[in-house]
Design a protein around this ligand. Structure first.
Ligand SMILES: Nc1ncnc2c1ncn2[C@@H]1O[C@H](COP(=O)(O)OP(=O)(O)OP(=O)(O)O)[C@@H](O)[C@H]1O
Ligand SMILES: [Mg+2]
Length: 351
């Protein structure tokens, strides 16, 4: 049996369907991430696991128990809320230790655990302050510490790093991943940041508009996106998606023809060609399509080159020096074995 299971769960708020018939299963050792744009139903899904919302239909299981109609306190979950929800009348230290105090853990053990977690999240110098005396990012780390100090059946984390600056966010991410390996229980994590989802998760569920569009490992989601929504949500920059006409083993983008690998031959007349930016190579004199350099953005290790082709734009990710400048004419090459084809409904048919 999976550790957490959602079976055809539905949740409405008046006339909004926040969660539409969602099913998934999470193993005890999973770091399971709900990823998707704002309003797609991530928080609602997490609150359904916590018992803060009751589904209109479907079933929820945690640790082999049907918890669909159980109260939050009967579920043994630790949650970090998107808006932190710290106790305002308690100091940072009291906030973090509260779940352990309630469980009557010995004082010395509490001190030790609070010290470790506060140090790891760089809030040890704030322990005697009150929530209103610290910044939003600091409050967020306190909320994270208060959850991570517990030993629940499942950790539910709703965008716990969203208010941290870029450097701290990366550090907290590594700490979280390290801590997860020590925890020995499932984490359900919510983010709209695809890089965070890729870095942390064992499994990702990509959501759109209350529906799960794909569930898989980060590698599966990246290499074999089930549809154009997932393909264009994952990756930075995301996959290039181009309308194309298909005939035998060629596809046409406007007038320009690209030969496809024989394995890609499908019974389609038109659809979409997808290719990740790192699989579009640039060459000064030969290739599949002629393009004009639109803009060049060096990022240190890699450079994002935006190209104009017949009125649409493509992005290429280049790991060598880029000798081109805006306005230059160059050629683009599509790595043959990295081309994806999607049908007119955006469903992936082959690669
Ligand atoms: N209590 C509520 N009453 C009415 N509508 C709600 C309520 N909670 C959520 N919704 C609606 O349900 C949908 C899903 O909301 P949810 O908070 O789950 O999204 P989310 O994916 O967490 O978004 P974000 O990334 O912005 O936090 C949205 O359309 C939202 O407006
Ligand atoms: Mg949310």
């Amino acid at each position: 049996m999976p550790w957490i299971e959602f079976v055809n769960v539905v949740k409405h708020f008046d006339n909004v369907i926040a969660v539409k018939n969602v099913s998934f299963s999470i193993e005890r050792n999973d770091f399971f991430t709900l990823l998707g744009p704002s309003g797609c139903g991530k928080t609602t899904t997490l609150r359904l696991i916590a018992g803060l919302e009751i589904p209109d239909d479907g079933k929820i299981f945690i640790a082999n128990q049907d918890v669909t109609y159980k109260l939050p306190k009967e579920r043994n979950v630790a949650m970090v809320f998107q808006n932190y929800a710290l106790y305002p009348h308690m100091t940072v230290k009291e906030n973090i230790s509260y779940p352990l105090v309630v469980r009557k853990m010995p004082k010395a053990e509490i001190e030790k655990r609070v010290g470790y977690i506060a140090q790891s999240l760089q809030i040890h110098q704030l322990l005697d302050r009150y929530p209103q005396q610290i910044s939003g990012g600091q409050q967020q780390r306190v909320a994270l510490a208060r959850a991570m100090i517990q030993t629940p059946s499942v950790f539910l984390l709703d965008e716990p790093l969203s208010n941290l600056d870029a450097k701290l966010r990366l550090e907290a991410r590594s700490f979280l991943k390290h801590l997860y390996t020590e925890l020995g229980t499932a984490v359900v994590y919510v983010t709209h940041d695809q890089a965070e989802a890729m870095a942390l998760s064992t499994k990702i569920a990509v959501m759109d508009n209350g529906v799960v569009k794909q569930i898989g490992s980060p590698k599966e989601i990246y290499d074999e996106p089930a549809n154009t929504f997932v393909a264009s949500f994952i990756g930075n920059p995301p996959m290039n998606i181009l309308r194309c006409e298909i005939s035998e083993n060629h596809c046409y983008i406007g007038e320009q023809r690209i030969d496809l690998q024989p394995s890609l031959k499908k019974d389609l007349q038109r659809g979409y060609l997808g290719i990740r930016p790192e699989n579009l190579q640039l060459h000064p004199t030969k290739g599949d399509l002629v393009a004009e350099i639109f803009v060049v953005e060096p990022l240190g290790v890699e450079t994002i080159v935006t190209l104009s082709v017949n009125g649409y734009q493509l992005k290429s990710l280049v790991f060598e020096d880029v000798p081109y400048k805006p306005g230059d004419k160059i050629w683009i090459n599509f790595k043959r074995d990295k081309i994806h084809i999607f049908d007119e409904n955006g469903q992936r048919v082959a690669r």
